[in-house]
Design a protein around this ligand. Structure first.
Ligand code: AMP
Ligand code: GLY
Length: 424
């Protein structure tokens, strides 16, 4: 089978590698660090299956346009992609589906928005309704900061039209979990859970980013918990989509907070998480190509299975990320990192350097180093050994990815069922 992956980040690199176990893969536009990349537009590429990576083309209706030509496409149409394209719509759908989520209201006018903030008990979350590359969410205990955000969002100054509707919600606390479910329009099957690290700095300090690292499996996410989340949240969401006439074939990525009052849905994304995919997909022991092709065709026939090995990824970012990443720094040590046992490197913000085969930085999140090993602790060591082999001027990374999880002694009987004997 020939598969065309649309996108250019480390998520698409991971997709290409794992799909590449069982398919011929071409990636558009890809990047110079992803083998099989082509600048040929997707419309001109002949493939048996198209897999759309990022949210922006999905919200723009790329999956609809490809399907209109008779192509087999993994990724929701513009109707379903609204789940990520409009947080107001997503919240309304969650309530209609009976899925637990933070108390919230949405506004287009300043005065009622400020009045609503005044009714809240001191922990504020302000979100743009529309897409803002993961940066349109402010979580704060300062009412002044929350008010300023509401003003700058609604005026269009901060995020243009994406912020002209704001969603204000109660602040929740608890560990976060990402459950990525593959949907065929009728049924959703969960992939192995992951946890990502959204803040830039160690100890969750600093600004929100697209994600600075991730690991899978998650000791706190037992098989029973994932089954319950699927039954109480993801499946009702898919059913509600269907009730509205939306045939959702793609990933429903549930961003969940495990609050003291039970799990609550923070958001849905309509695509694989980045960097979650980089730790979830390499652990798959079943055929990803077959799974996505079955989902795209409207009937998942085989449940996905996962290795008991753990995977940890550390994002290596450019100087200045997330505000103003610097480009053009030469990347050293990629092949040294890749030569290490259990280490893989996925490329995101890279461009071809002047020397043949060399790469330079060309974006905020530049590389993902992934370590895989029988335990989270060992996978973490491998990931950081890989990071230590790589250098460029201004390379930034967190040093505490999966540190806490690596210290947890797991009751291995509680982990989701897997296909191999060893458990992390
Ligand atoms: P979202 O894009 O909606 O997932 O928000 C990005 C991040 O902001 C989440 O991963 C959380 O860390 C944080 N966040 C979002 N909503 C809330 C909330 N209601 N309470 C606390 N933190 C939140
Ligand atoms: N890792 C967060 C996201 O993909 O949106």
């Amino acid at each position: 089978m020939r598969v065309c992956v649309v996108g250019s980040g480390a998520r698409e690199h991971a997709l290409a590698v794992v799909l590449g176990r069982t398919a011929e893969v071409v990636v558009t536009p890809g990047n110079p660090g992803i083998p099989g990349s082509t600048t040929q537009p997707v419309e001109e590429i002949v493939a048996d299956l198209y897999v759309v990576g990022p949210e922006v083309p999905l919200v723009d209706g790329l999956a609809d346009r490809l399907r209109a030509t008779g192509a087999l496409v993994f990724g929701p149409g513009a109707d379903g992609a609204r789940l990520e394209g409009s947080k107001e719509w997503m919240k309304e759908l969650l309530v209609a589906a009976g899925v637990a989520t933070a108390d919230h209201a949405s506004f287009t006018e300043l005065e009622p928005a400020l009045a609503y903030l005044d009714t809240m008990p001191g922990f504020y979350v302000v979100k743009t309704d529309g897409l803002a590359a993961g940066k349109g969410v402010l979580v704060t205990e300062s009412i002044d900061e929350a008010r300023d955000a509401v003003r700058s969002y609604l005026s269009g100054d901060a995020f243009g039209d994406a912020g002209r509707t704001v969603v204000i919600e109660e602040g929740l606390t608890g560990p976060e979990l990402s459950v990525l479910a593959v949907c065929d329009g009728h049924r959703a099957v969960a992939l192995a859970p992951a946890q990502d690290f959204k803040r830039f700095g160690d100890g969750d300090a600093g600004p929100n980013t697209g994600g600075m690292g991730a690991y899978s499996p998650v000791p706190a996410a037992t098989e029973a918990m994932v089954a319950e989340l699927m039954a109480n949240s993801v499946t009702p969401t898919l059913t509600e989509l269907r009730r509205r006439g939306i045939d959702y074939r793609g990933v429903l990525y549930a961003g969940i907070m495990l609050t003291p009052a039970g799990p609550k849905m923070l958001e849905y994304n309509v695509r694989f998480g980045d960097p979650e995919a980089q730790v979830v997909l390499p652990r798959m022991t079943s055929d990803l190509t077959a799974l996505l092709a079955e989902a795209a065709a409207g009937k998942i026939e085989h449940e996905p299975t996962f290795s008991t090995d753990a995977a940890v990824t550390v994002v290596c970012a450019a100087e200045g990320y997330p505000q103003a990443p610097r480009s053009g720094d030469t990347i050293h040590g990629l092949s040294d990192a890749r030569a290490l046992e259990g280490v893989e490197v996925f490329c995101a913000g890279v461009a071809a350097g002047e020397a043949p085969g060399s790469l330079v930085t060309a974006g905020g999140r530049v590389l993902n180093v992934v370590g895989t090993a029988p335990t989270i602790a060992a996978a973490r060591e491998r990931a950081y050994a890989g990071v230590a082999a790589i250098s460029w001027d201004g390379l930034a990374h967190r040093s505490d990815i999966a540190r806490a999880a690596a210290q947890i002694v797991i009751d291995t009987d509680d982990l989701p069922a897997t296909s191999e004997g060893r458990r992390p």
